[in-house]
Design a protein around this ligand. Structure first.
Ligand code: NAD
Length: 497
């Protein structure tokens, strides 16, 4: 029997008492890495109570001190970046460079949180009425909770709890049940950085644990990242319970290829953006829309995709790792079969992918379809695997219409050498994150992660200034201080020369 992964409540790692256990496995081998007890209602209540108790002291901790905690945390995360990446590689199957990137993009958010004093500064206006001044203060809101997906087990928890806690809140994290070892490691390092007990708790589980958090009366705000059906459920239920909710959801990201684009860059970018991280990225490019003669490059793209292959985390030649679990692999295989049945042209089929020495891995090889139309299931569903669909259109207007008709609006990009085409695209496209000659335009943490339409529910997005607004409340103070001097007689002794 494997050791059970503990929960983290009240500053201590505690053994979960549940009989409901999930085996966490290595996706390249199916080796059981740990056993995960799903938190009981009593454990969830204990975690929230601990966060609630701590909130009243933590909110009084001076903001520079909260920033210093983040500075120490950033330093420790950097020091342990490779240790975290190794654990992350084992439980997600990610190749080591992808795992390092996952950790690094989380570290960048912690760096942003180090600047919390400036981010929380309010506004002032003097003399808004006779001797009345007005100022705003930004105050924390209470206990916040985060629910995260499997695909970035370091980065996405780090999108949430460092900023929420730096703002003066306390936090309950419910990471994905598929890769919970990395978030536990993040909590360990947070303790080492000097986080007071009760500021962060980690409870494990799945749907039931999420529902318990959504209904918990002492939780003020919920940050969620995951698939569209679950995002809808979380947003509806959380707001019904009168909580603030930000729900980052699924995606279907298109890249428009104009005939005047740089051919080599297009090919390189499409291979990396569709297959990188096994296609398990919410900003992966899953549809390439070729305008006019750009479609002539499809055979070259096929050859470039055929030249990459998946492999285990420490194989320097592997382009990406396995899918997270056999269910995810099966779902993708089914969608590939649907694509063939629906009449799309399968130019490269990764369904029967094998990796020497890893017969049990959840491998899917690079897969390319052309002649894809918007009614097909492979087009309407998020595939979340190394599968690229190609569509052909006559002009940029038609490309924009197709993208704007898709319900998702997470990311998109255009490859072109025309400023006019790029300007038209960035203005008319109804997608929240746009790349121009950049395939995956993920904003750095001093901006926010601004998915649109069905890719996001709520109004304040993850990280950046918007997250600070999400995790805080504005208090406006109007002050008049009585003064015995008659009004209208300012001090006349100022030298204005
Ligand atoms: P998921 O929706 O299956 O799970 C996300 C979280 O919700 C997990 O913590 C899980 O335990 C919980 N959950 C699962 N089913 C639930 C249910 N029925 N009720 C309540 N909670 C439930 O997502 P996933 O497979 O872990 O992650 C992949 C998805 O996340 C993709 O759709 C991807 O596009 C999306 N994603 C979006 C972003 C973004 O910023 N928009 C970023 C990363 C991933």
């Amino acid at each position: 029997m494997k050791e059970r992964l503990p929960l983290f409540i009240g500053g201590e790692f505690v053994a979960g008492e549940s009989h409901r256990i999930l085996a966490v496995t290595n996706p390249a081998t199916q080796e059981v890495l740990t056993e995960l007890p799903f938190a009981t209602q009593e454990e969830i209540d204990r975690a929230v109570a601990s966060a609630k108790r701590t909130f009243f002291s933590w909110r009084e901790t001076p903001v520079p001190e909260r920033a210093r905690l983040m500075l120490r945390y950033q330093h420790l995360l950097k020091e342990h970046q490779d240790d975290i990446a190794r654990v992350l590689s084992r439980e997600t199957g990610k190749i080591f460079s992808d795992a390092q990137g996952d950790v690094w993009r989380g570290i960048e958010v912690v760096e942003h949180a180090c600047n919390i004093a400036s981010l929380m500064m309010g506004e002032t206006a003097e003399n808004v009425g006779g001797r009345i001044d007005t100022c705003t203060y930004t105050q924390p809101i209470g206990v916040c909770a985060g629910i995260t997906p499997f695909n970035f087990p370091a980065m996405i928890p780090l999108w949430m709890f460092p900023l929420a806690i730096a703002c003066g809140n306390t936090f309950v994290l419910k990471p994905s049940e598929h890769d919970p070892m990395t978030p536990n490691l993040l909590a360990e390092l947070f303790v080492e950085a000097g986080a007071p007990e009760g500021v962060l708790q980690v409870i494990h589980g799945g749907r039931d644990q999420v529902d318990a958090l959504l209904a918990h009366p002492d939780i003020r705000a919920i940050s969620f990242v995951g698939s569209l059906p679950v995002a809808r459920h979380v947003y509806r239920t959380g707001t019904q319970h009168l909580k603030r909710v930000q729900a980052m959801s699924g995606a279907k990201n298109h890249m428009v290829v104009m005939p005047d684009a740089n051919r080599e860059r297009v090919i390189r970018s499409l291979v990396g953006a569709s297959c990188g991280a096994a296609g398990q990225r919410c900003m992966a490019i899953s549809v390439a829309v070729f305008v006019g003669d750009a479609a002539n490059w499809i055979p070259d793209i096929r050859n470039a995709m055929a030249a990459v292959s998946p492999g285990p985390w420490d194989d320097g030649n592997a382009a990406y790792g396995p899918q997270i679990n056999p269910e995810a692999k099966e779902r993708i295989l089914k969608l590939i079969a649907d694509g063939k049945n629906e009449g799309a042209d399968c130019l490269l089929d990764g369904s029967n992918c094998r990796v020497a020495g890893y017969p049990e891995g959840n491998w899917i090889g690079p897969t390319l379809f052309s002649k894809v139309s918007p009614g097909m299931r492979i087009y309407t569903e998020e595939i979340f695997g190394p599968v690229l669909l190609c569509a052909q259109v006559g002009g940029l207007d038609e490309a924009i219409r197709i993208i704007n008709a898709n319900p998702y609006g997470n990311g998109t990009s255009i490859f072109t050498s025309s400023g006019a085409a790029a300007r038209k695209f960035q203005h008319e496209i109804a997608v929240g994150q746009v790349g121009i000659n950049i395939p995956i335009p993920v904003p750095l943490p001093f901006f926010s992660f601004t998915g649109w339409r069905q890719s996001f529910f709520g109004d304040q997005h993850a990280y950046g200034k918007q997250a600070v607004k999400f995790y805080t409340e504005t208090k406006t103070v109007m002050a008049r201080w009585p003064d015995d001097a008659p009004p209208g007689e300012p001090n006349m002794t100022i030298n204005l020369a």
